[in-house]
Design a protein. Structure first.
Length: 234
C-alpha cells in the first residue's frame, strides 16, 4: 500500500472533499446521461424504422413518393420537398370524403345531400382535380376571405394555442433525460401525444363557436374587430 496523505486542517479536508464529490457527481451524471440517451435513441430508432417500413409507400398521384402515418382517423403525410402540394391537397379531400360520406348517403351508398367544406385559398385547394372531386361528390367548397384565417379559421383561433402549450410540455419532459434539442425523428414521437391532449372535443367545439361558424353567429367575430368610426375628413 502506498503512502497516505493525512490532512490535519478540518477546513481544508472539507474543501477537498466537497470538490471531489462535485467532480464525481458530474462525471456520474454525464455517464448516466450518455447511457440513457443511447438506450432511448436505440428504442426510438427501432420503433420508427418498423413503423416506416409498414407505412412508406408510393402514392399514385403525380408519381410523388410520400410517407403517410395514421393517428386514428387522422393522417400525417409528407412530400418530396417538405411543402404541401396539389397531390397532398387531393389526398386531403379524399380523406375528408372518406370520413364524412356516411353522414349524407343512403342505404344503397348514394349521396343524397350536400356537405360544405370551409378552406383557405391555398393553390392546392383550387386545382381542377380538387374542384372536380368535390363537385362529383356534392361537396360545396367555401373559401375563407384572404387574410382572415386568424379570425375565421377554428384551428388558428382555438386549437393551435393549446397544441403549442402541450407540445412545449412534451419537449420539457423529453429534455429532462438530457436532450438538448428535438430533431425530426423525435418530433414525430412527441407531437401525437401533444395533439391528443390539445384536440379534445371541447376545444374543437369552442373554436368553432369562437369563429361564429357553428353555431352561426357573425357577431362573434365582428365584436372582436376595432370600431372603425367615420373618417374626420368626411
Amino acid at each position: 500500500m502506498g503512502p497516505s496523505l493525512k490532512i490535519s486542517s478540518p477546513g481544508l479536508e472539507l474543501l477537498l472533499g466537497g470538490k471531489l464529490r462535485v467532480e464525481l457527481r458530474a462525471k456520474l451524471r454525464a455517464e448516466l446521461r450518455a447511457e440513457l440517451n443511447a438506450e432511448l435513441r436505440a428504442e426510438l430508432n427501432a420503433e420508427l424504422c418498423a413503423e416506416l417500413r409498414a407505412e412508406l409507400r408510393a402514392e399514385p398521384h403525380a408519381g410523388v413518393q410520400t410517407c403517410r402515418r395514421s393517428y386514428g382517423r387522422s393522417i400525417a403525410e409528407t412530400s418530396t420537398n417538405g411543402w404541401t402540394d396539389d397531390s397532398l391537397g387531393l389526398h386531403y379531400i379524399e380523406h375528408y370524403n372518406k370520413y364524412t360520406r356516411q353522414l349524407v348517403e343512403d342505404a344503397e351508398g348514394n349521396i343524397r345531400s350536400y356537405r360544405m367544406l370551409l378552406m383557405d385559398n391555398h393553390s392546392s385547394h383550387l386545382t381542377w382535380q380538387f374542384i372536380q372531386y368535390a363537385l362529383s361528390r356534392k361537396i360545396v367548397l367555401v373559401a375563407l376571405p384572404p387574410h382572415s384565417t386568424h379570425k375565421l379559421q377554428p384551428l388558428d383561433v382555438g386549437c393551435f394555442g393549446p397544441l403549442q402549450h402541450y407540445y412545449g410540455e412534451e419537449v420539457d419532459n423529453f429534455c429532462r433525460y438530457g436532450h438538448t434539442g428535438v430533431n425530426k425523428e423525435y418530433f414525430m414521437k412527441l407531437y401525437p401525444t401533444a395533439r391528443t391532449k390539445a384536440f379534445t372535443r371541447e376545444t374543437i367545439c369552442n373554436a368553432w363557436k369562437a369563429t361564429g361558424l357553428l353555431p352561426y353567429n357573425p357577431t362573434a367575430v365582428l365584436k372582436t374587430l376595432p370600431n372603425a368610426g367615420p373618417s374626420a375628413s368626411l
